[in-house]
Design a protein. Structure first.
Length: 220
């Protein structure tokens, strides 16, 4: 499960990792990205453009876009057969950009938020799929984050985690036209020792809280 994350990067960091990517307007930092909000992806329809899609995939056949709030994650296992995801995994893939994601661990009957980020402080690149829903007054572009079993760093925190691509060749391949078997081969648990974690304030529990203080470590 990945139900909350953050992206507070700047254009220089994006260019350092992704090269000459078109970004349009200034990137709006969001320290508490929540389902149904818009955030930044790189999609295979325009692999050199940073786009804003809505978090929570709305299948093209859905009658109501509200279904997207239940489609924020797509389990890697069997994704090719799920009605909501089987078309997207074959033809509409994206990279979801973050600087970290949040998960909650149970301690003394309380849920304590943890911030999980790349060990080298690089941008986190998560595997995603996207759709366009055209039954409303305007097309809605939406996405899901693909999840998998946890690596060693995540085992004490949660039994699921995003599929993370640390390497540029993975980004390029994910956005390329390839056979389904190869797509599915890429959906595996990330390597160990690529993440770091620390406890943050319970302020992150409320989606209305959104500022750099959410990234501050809690002193134990």
């Amino acid at each position: 499960m990945c139900g909350r994350y953050s992206l507070s990067t700047d254009p220089n960091q994006l260019k350092a990792q992704f090269g000459d990517i078109e970004m349009g307007d200034a990137i709006q930092p969001n320290y508490n990205v929540a389902p149904t909000q818009y955030s930044y992806v790189i999609a295979d329809d325009h692999p050199n453009v940073l786009q804003q899609f809505k978090w929570g995939l709305i299948p093209f056949w859905a009658k109501d876009e509200k279904i997207g709030s239940r489609m924020i994650n797509a389990r890697s296992e069997g994704i090719e057969d799920k009605p909501s995801f089987r078309a997207a995994i074959r033809r509409r893939r994206c990279l979801v950009l973050a600087d970290s994601f949040y998960e909650w661990v149970k301690r003394d009957g309380k849920k304590i938020p943890q911030r999980i980020l790349m060990k080298d402080d690089s941008l986190m690149v998560m595997a995603g799929i996207w759709e366009v829903w055209s039954k409303g007054p305007a097309p809605v572009y939406s996405y899901s984050i693909i999840t998998c079993p946890p690596n060693e760093e995540m085992v004490p925190i949660h039994n699921r985690m995003p599929v993370i691509f640390p390497y540029k060749d993975q980004w390029e391949e994910w956005l390329s036209d390839m056979e389904l078997n190869r797509v599915l081969d890429m959906l595996h648990t990330p390597d160990n020792d690529i993440l770091k974690t620390y406890e943050v304030s319970t302020q992150v529990n409320n989606v209305r809280n959104n500022g750099p203080e959410l990234h501050e470590a809690v002193n134990k």
